[in-house]
Each structure stands twice: as C-alpha cells, then as structure tokens.
Write a protein that binds this ligand. Structure first.
Ligand SMILES: NC(=O)c1ccc[n+]([C@@H]2O[C@H](COP(=O)([O-])OP(=O)(O)OC[C@H]3O[C@@H](n4cnc5c(N)ncnc54)[C@H](O)[C@@H]3O)[C@@H](O)[C@H]2O)c1
Ligand SMILES: N[C@H](CO)Cc1c[nH]c[nH+]1
Length: 876
C-alpha cells in the first residue's frame, strides 16, 4: 500500500526537534525518509535496528559509493532505497525485488523523466521540486496507472503538498515542517490533512469507515472517523473517532477502556481507515469483551492468559511452575520440538505444534517478549535480501544423523574417510572459527538456592531416541543378515560405509604386514597401553577355584572358564578407536577366549585403519569383520558364511549398535549374550578450591568432544563466584580452540555446573547421577573415594586426567553410561568368563545335609528329588 506521506528525518540530529513531529508521532505516520551517506551507513544500520517494526524506513542512498552497503541496508529492513540509475542497474543484477527500489529522477522536465524511467517499472523520486506545476503536468499526463511517485519540495508548504497529494503523489516532508497539532503550530503542515487528502467516503454522512485492530491485526471492532477525529487522534495519541450520534468520540473517556494509538493508514482504495491501537481496560467492546466479535482466540488468547499468569498465577498453576523453573521450561521446549519432528499425520503435527507454541510463548512472556515482537522479527526476516545457506548447525545435523543415519540422505554429515579426518569433524560453514555463536558455557545451579526437584530434573540425562524406534530400523537389517548372510552384510556395508569396492566382509588373521604399518611412536604407544591393560586385567584372574566346606563333608566350589567365542564391536562411525580394540581385545586374550572376532566399520576404500589391525593382531583376533552397526552385530550373533558365530558380544557403539545388541540377546535362537547397554559418553568432575581451573576445564572437554549427546557435569565444592568463573572462562577459551568445537558446543548445551557447599553433598549428588567417569580434583581425593557408591571408573587427584583411562593407564574404558553404573560394572576380566559351581559330598556330608533336602522336597511335593537322597541314606 502506498504511504500517504514520508516524514524526512536527519540521522545526525540527536536532539528532539524544537517543532514538528515528535518521535511517537513518527510511528503514527508510519513512514520515514532518511538520507544516508558513506559516513552514516553504520548509523543508518543502527537506526534500522531500533525502528524496524515501528515504522517503515525509506532510505535515500544515492550518495553511497558501495552497492554492498545498499544491500546491507535492504537486508537490515529498509522498506525502499532511493537510488541512482547506476545503482538501479547494479541492484537489478543482484535480483533485488524492484518493489524495494525508487529511482531518483535527474531532473523534472518531461524529457528527463521519460529518459530516466525508460525500460524500468520502479517507483520514482523527484526531489527538491521548485516548479510544482511542472510535476503536476506530467503526473496528470501519466494518470494513476503508474509507479509510485515521491516528491520533495524546495519549499514545502501545505498548499504544495496537498496539490501533489491529491494527484496521488507521495510528499516527502521534513519532520520539522509537519505537525499533529495544527492549532498549536499553525505555520506547519498538518499530518491529518495529508493523510486524509485522498480519502473518499462512500457514505452519505461523509464519514470514513474505520477498522480498529490490535497490533497483531486482530479486528477489535468497526467505527467511523472524520478528518476532525483523525486530527484529534493524532494530536492526543489516542483512539478518537466520530460517533454518528454524539460527534467527536474519545474512546474510553467514560468507561476507562482507552486506546493508545499505534498507527493509522488508509486501505487500497482510500475509503476505509485502519487504526492500530493498544486497548486498555476491559476491552474494546461496550459489553466489556476484548473485541466486538467475542473473546480472543488461538495465540492471542494464549498470550493474554500467559501474561495474566505472569502477573498473578493461581496456586498450583503449571504455567507458574514453568516461569519459576527455567530448566524445566527448557526441557519441555526441547521435548516438544523433538515430538513435533517425529509427528507425521496432520492431526499429530497440529497437536505437537500447539504444544511447542505454548512452551515457546511461555518463554517469550517470561522475558517480556510479545507475539507482536516475534511477528515483527518474522516480517524483518521475510524481506532479507542476503539469503543464508539454511544448513542446520553441525551439532544438530549430527544429532539427526545419529538418529536417522547419514545414509538416509537427511543430513550432509559424511562418514569418515581417513583416520585423521575422522578425528577432526569440520566446523560449520557459517562459522569456520566456531566462535561466532558466542560463549561456550554450562548452565550453573547453586543447589542451596534451588529446589531438590530442580536439581533432580537437571540430573536427568538428555532424552534418547526411543529404543523401539531404533529397533524398528535395525530389525530388517538383522533379519536380512540372518537369512542372506554375507550377501546382505556386504550390501549394508556398501550402503552405510560407501565401501562399494569391498568384495569380502572379513579380513582373516594372520593380517598382512602392510595392513598394519605404523609410525614407530604410534606402535610404541599401543604397545605401552597394551601392556598396562594386560597387567591390570591379568591381576583380576582368579588363580584357583573358590572352595567352601559348608558342613562337614559338604564342599562347594566355584571356578571360572573363559567364554569360548567373543565378538568385539569397535565403533568407527565418527571417530576411529584403536583404543577400544585394545580395551575389548586384551581382556579377551587374558581370559583365554578361544575365538576373538573383532568387527568395525571400514572406511569408504574398504580398509580398516592400521592401528586397529595392529591391535587385533596383538590380541590374537581370528578375523576382523569389515562392517558396522546392526549388520555387524547380526553377523556375529548368527554367523554367516564368512563370519564365525560368537557366544557374547561386547563393546560400545551408537544407538543402532546398542539396539541390535539388545535385540539379538533377547532372541533365544541366537544364543548370544551382551556386556551392557551403552549410551553416550559422560563425565562428572568434583572440584574444590584446590583444583586447577585449567585442568578441570580440560577434563570436562575431553568427554564433551565425543559427541553432541555427551554430557559433562562439574560439581564445584564451596567455590566462590570468581573461582567458579575461572573454570567457566577456561572452558570457553579451551573449547573454542578445539577442532571439534561444534560437537563440544552441542554437548555443553546440556551440561551444567552444580555449586554445592560440602563434599558430602557433592558425593551424594554424584552417586545419584552414577556417572560413567568420575574425577575427584579435591583435597584428600583418595579418602573421598570411600564415599563413591555409583560410578563406572574413578580418576583420583589432579594428576589423573580421565584420558589416561581412555588409553593407557590400564583400567578399561568400556563403561556403563546413562546411570547403569548403579547396577552394571564396566568391562573387566569377569566379562569374558562364566563361573561354574560344583558341590562335592562325602557319605558323612550327605548324612549331615540329607534330612534338610528330604524335608524341602516333601514340602515341594517333588518325590523323585526326595528319593535321590533317601535311597542313598536307606531311610523311608
Ligand atoms: N562407552 C564407551 O566406552 C565408548 C567408547 C568409544 C565410543 N563410544 C561411543 O560409541 C559411539 C560410536 O558411534 P559411531 O556412530 O561413531 O560409530 P558406530 O560404529 O557405533 O556406528 C556406525 C554404524 O552405524 C550404522 N548406522 C548409521 N546410520 C544408520 C542408519 N540410519 N540406519 C541403520 N544403521 C545406521 C552404520 O552401520 C555404521 O556402520 C559414540 O556414541 C561414542 O561416544 C563409547
Ligand atoms: N572416553 C570413551 C569412553 O566413554 C572412550 C574413548 C575412546 N577414545 C577416547 N576415549
């Protein structure tokens, strides 16, 4: 819609004008003209930022030397730019919407104008016009079927402006020459007169039909206006109309339900006014309803409810709980966003979107943000000219890839090609340094200031994709491998690993030397780690059977035997993990398992990294299955033409690996067991004032870099603000220097610090969480170990970073996550053996224990059991 006028303002003038339009009246007019030069581009951008949504900015940019600056101004929300012919051509070449361009005419004669606008359909601007008659002449010649014509005057007067306004030209007049109070400023040009210059009434009484709406455009009611009421409304900044019975009508004067004027404008054929207002009191309608068409609905209604809950919520109100508990609100927003992503039917999508809107709007209202603010943002974004790539941030893309798999084509996260690349995930294209999105920081809770429920909610792990869903994806894969063996296994490796050249799914021992060629320092590091892991696991061996004489002549024993055939899964999706091959393979070797099968996804060239082959060789693996995911698990569980069937499958992996392990272990036909359900890596550090902030931060980051779903927690014991901030600063600094900063950022988003007062409280919270890894960086750390009840593995004192456990200290890194440390142990020697018990009785022993057996068999009415004893003892 063409504006009625533009009020020209000066970017440099800081002081309010001594006469003419004040700031608020600029919004009523709704359209402002600003002249921009190379020196004032930044000021203009700042001005746009403040004013976008309050009024439309028309910018004179003819003096700008750079087209980029013009584009930036359009991008920042300028409604239109007034340009030279040269600039017009440059903007056209950039495909800028011509509706946003106004061509500055080089002169005002007919010939000059025709020449300038030849071949264009853009609006035009005739500036500093001296001879109004000349402009009137060509406006009359063109008629109304022409682009918009903007005109500024060498000497603006009411008469000049009205003459051109009546020909539907748009006057551009300095704000200081305009007034909304013509009585007080009689020498200035009346805005009301200009606004109404072209208004036409289709009513016998000459009044103008007026639609009154709120800021979101929701109709409040219908009224009538006259030029006088419009002038009064502009003067007072309130809703003032013309009552057909009582004349000038100051809305709400007697009821108190007044309105603040936001803006006013005419419709497309200038016979209807729209007043945008902020309604006060009970509402617009004389029946005390918000609108003359009834109550608010939908988002407007929700907003009103939330705003009133914020002011005073009834006891037990859920919304009030959300306002008070940002952590709960955050969790709900994430939960609902995920549910919306998973919804498929129209009804379900509408249902989930409604839930998400509710929680999102609660967040807005809590922060004093209105729907109008949100919609203003949408409008500004809708006219951006610099389009973004639109890719998801890597952290989120990786999450989706984790759930759907890159192979489904849902993301652009690609599987690794080489070990080095795999270890260094690329940063997002939008943010090559990985720092633009701001500080990397964990949320902080001071437990003394929070409710126990808030802390308990914080200690919940981030939600995982439902196992049923993942099993639904894995089951067809497992069935295919079970029924079609190698052929299916190879097909899935071609599909998921893109290893299309692979023709055999296994690599058999002895492995060729050239497949395990390593730099001497790498081989040495593997050898050292191997030896330490071997020593620690060998020490766990039970040298002789357990033997107890429970009664004279009754001897009970328990002895261990290795599980004959074990399958070890070494993950390889986003990182290559030879350390995991050692952690799983060395105890299998020490336990004496006869057949060790190792499975790992190959690279796209069909090969496995030499470090993994070397580790497989050192532990005596019989073969490496060149496959990953559910297909590798199925191959080891059921066996194929090439893959040996195993009795137990161990090792971590992503959701597909875990789901497949759980599925095959429940299939009685498979006859296979598993170590434990595994989840994303996690770490909890308990640190007191003696801890080195740089050490603490480095430990937290060491697990955060595993995946966006990793979680790290700091429990700060008795730290003051500056001590806690020192760790946070270190974390931000070190995180931003990491190659996997995007993954870290994703993990840190659901990681947090708990500030507690005592070490006892810290350990109680740690035991409640049951972390996979627990680091104690506190005074007397070895004494604090006594307080540990639940944890996968504990790292004691400032010189024990968790990474030593990941690689070389000797302890195992395959550990229970997701709170399973409450009931599971990490992988250890016992994971590779089963225990067999034996009983050995003498005659005397049977005489001693026999009567008890006879009696219990009688109670259970199992006669054959009873007789097996009574017969030997010769009793009835
Ligand atoms: N707890 C521990 O001890 C420990 C140690 C090392 C690694 N980890 C964890 O193991 C995990 C390794 O995950 P990863 O993805 O890097 O490697 P991975 O080897 O576990 O999984 C890769 C396989 O997933 C399968 N897959 C991918 N998308 C699929 C889809 N859409 N449908 C079906 N199958 C699909 C493919 O077969 C692919 O080979 C990480 O979460 C890491 O933190 C844990
Ligand atoms: N920290 C992982 C267990 O959660 C294991 C690992 C392998 N490589 C490095 N770290």
């Amino acid at each position: 819609m063409a504006p009625a006028l533009l009020a020209a303002i000066d970017l440099d003038s800081q002081a309010p004008p001594s006469q003419g339009l004040h700031q608020q009246a600029l919004s009523f007019v709704g359209n402002v003209f600003v002249h921009v030069t190379d020196e004032t581009v930044d000021q203009a951008l700042a001005h746009l930022q403040q004013s976008v949504g309050r009024y439309a900015d028309y910018l004179g940019v003819a003096a700008l030397s750079s087209t980029d600056d013009v584009l930036s101004l359009l991008d920042a929300g300028a409604a239109k730019v007034f340009v030279t012919r040269h600039q017009l051509d440059a903007l056209k070449a950039q495909n800028i919407d011509q509706d946003r361009i106004v061509l500055c005419l080089p002169g005002n004669t007919r010939a000059e104008i025709i020449d300038a606008i030849a071949g264009t359909q853009v609006d035009v601007y005739s500036h500093q016009v001296q001879d109004i008659g000349l402009v009137e002449a060509w406006l009359n010649e063109y008629g109304t079927d022409r682009p918009n014509v903007f005109v500024s005057f060498a000497e603006p007067t009411t008469e000049n402006a009205l003459r051109l306004a009546k020909l539907s030209a748009i006057p551009v007049i300095p704000a200081g020459s305009l007034t909304v109070d013509a009585q007080k400023e009689p020498g200035l040009i009346s805005v009301a007169r200009l606004v109404m210059a072209n208004a036409t009434s289709d009513r016998p009484d000459g009044l103008f039909t007026t639609l009154v709406t709120d800021e979101r455009g929701v109709a409040l009611g219908l009224v009538y206006s006259s030029e006088e009421s419009v002038a009064e409304s502009l003067r007072t900044g309130r809703g003032v109309y013309h009552s057909r019975k009582r004349g000038l009508w100051y809305k709400g004067e007697s009821s108190g339900d007044v309105q603040e004027l936001v803006s006013m404008s005419l419709d497309c054929d200038t016979d209807c006014l729209q007043f945008v207002v902020r309604q006060k009191g009970r509402g617009f309608c004389h029946l005390a309803a918000p609108t003359c068409f009834g109550e608010y609905r939908g988002l407007s209604k929700l907003q009103k409810t939330l705003q009133s809950r914020k002011e005073s919520a009834p006891q037990g109100s859920y919304t009030a709980r959300l306002f008070d508990d940002p952590q709960l609100l955050r969790a709900k927003i994430l939960e609902e966003a995920t549910e919306l992503c998973d919804a498929t039917t129209k009804e379900h999508i509408a249902f989930e979107a409604a839930d998400l809107f509710y929680f999102a709007l609660t967040k807005c209202v809590a922060a004093g943000v209105s729907l109008q603010d949100v919609e203003r943002n949408l409008d500004v974004k809708s006219i951006k000219v610099k389009r973004r790539q639109g890719d998801a941030k890597l952290a989120f893309a990786a999450q989706v890839a984790g759930a759907n798999g890159a192979a489904e084509g849902t993301t652009n996260v690609v599987p690794n090609e080489t070990p080095k690349e795999a270890a260094s995930v690329p940063k997002s294209r939008d943010d090559p340094a990985g720092v633009k999105d701001g500080r990397i920081a964990m949320k902080r809770y001071v437990t003394a200031q929070e409710t126990p429920e808030t802390i308990a909610a914080a200690l919940q792990r981030p939600s995982q994709k439902s196992t049923e869903k993942i099993i639904g994806i894995c089951k067809p894969i497992i069935d295919a491998v079970k029924t079609r063996g190698d052929a299916a296994l190879l097909e899935y490796t071609h599909k998921f690993e893109k290893a299309t050249s692979l023709t055999s799914p296994v690599l058999r021992a002895p492995f060729a030397k050239e497949l395990m060629e390593l730099a001497p320092e790498t081989a040495k590091a593997i050898d050292i780690s191997f030896e330490n892991i071997r020593k620690f696991h060998a020490a766990q061996k039970e040298e002789k059977p357990l033997r107890v004489e429970t009664m004279p002549g009754v001897v009970c024993s328990r002895f261990a035997r290795p599980i004959e055939r074990v399958g070890l899964y070494v993950p390889g999706g986003t990182a290559v993990l030879p350390s995991t091959a050692l952690m799983l393979g060395v105890p299998a070797m020490v336990a004496g398992c006869q057949k060790i099968v190792l499975a790992t996804p190959p690279r796209s060239n069909g090969k496995v990294t030499p470090e993994v082959v070397y580790a497989a060789h050192k532990v005596g693996a019989e073969m490496i299955v060149l496959a990953g995911g559910a297909q590798a698990v199925a191959a080891m569980a059921y066996g194929t033409e090439s893959v040996s069937k195993v009795d137990k499958i161990l090792g971590p992996g992503n959701q597909f690996v875990t789901a497949a392990k759980m599925y095959v272990s429940n299939d009685t036909n498979a006859g296979v067991s598993i170590d434990m359900p595994a989840g994303p890596s996690e770490l909890l550090v308990v640190a007191d004032a003696s801890a080195n902030p740089a050490f603490v931060a480095s430990d937290l980051l060491s697990q955060a870099e595993h995946g966006v779903d990793s979680q790290v927690i700091l429990i700060a014991v008795g730290l003051n603000e500056s001590q806690t901030a020192a760790i946070e600063d270190e974390l931000n600094k070190q995180a931003n220097a990491l190659p996997r900063v995007d993954i870290v950022r994703g993990a840190i988003e659901h990681s947090f610090t708990l500030v507690v007062e005592t070490i006892e409280e810290a350990m109680q919270l740690s035991n409640q969480y049951a972390p996979e890894h627990l680091i104690l960086q506190v005074e007397n750390a070895d004494k604090v170990v006594d307080l540990v009840e639940n944890a996968g593995s504990v790292f004691i004192g400032e010189w024990t970073p968790e990474s030593v456990g990941d690689y070389s200290a000797g302890v195992n890194h395959s550990l229970p996550t997701y709170g399973y440390a409450k009931q599971y142990s990490g992988v250890n020697l016992a994971s590779y053996v089963k225990h067999i018990t034996s009983a050995h009785l003498t005659k005397e022993g049977l005489q001693n224990v026999g009567p008890a057996v006879i009696e219990l068999a009688r109670v259970e009415e199992l006669e054959a059991h009873r007789r097996a004893v009574s017969l030997r003892l010769g009793v009835a």
